[in-house]
Write a protein that binds this ligand. Structure first.
Ligand code: FES
Length: 104
């Protein structure tokens, strides 16, 4: 079983189990993380923005151009920001740590 760790805007750390093949956004929603993910994963919002821990960024996968463009609109963009509906759960990201930016 793969695990992912989310750090909420208030600093609380939550480690959850994730099924390979799901998107990280689906895992976050299933576990009631504070995330809007307004477009449901169709790459049409930027409200599934997460800041990937630097040590994990390389493993988080390819960033396509559409994701890059949308990320530019995300609040609090960083060099390791991702839209987590575009990240797939796999053995490669077992243990990955992400910070959730404040909503809104
Ligand atoms: S949920 Fe809208 S872009 Fe990820």
């Amino acid at each position: 079983m793969t695990t992912l760790t989310f750090i909420k805007p208030d600093g609380e750390k939550t480690t959850v189990e994730a099924t390979n093949g799901a998107t990280v956004m689906e895992v976050a929603k299933e576990n009631d993380m504070p995330m809007l993910a307004a477009c449901g994963g169709s790459l049409a919002c930027a409200t599934c923005h997460v800041i990937v821990d630097e040590a994990w960024y390389e493993k988080s996968g390819e960033v396509c151009e559409a994701e890059e463009d949308l990320l530019d609109t995300a609040h609090g963009l960083t060099n390791t920001s991702r839209l987590c509906c575009q990240m797939k759960v796999s053995d490669d990201v077992d243990g990955m740590v992400m910070t959730l930016p404040p909503m809104g």
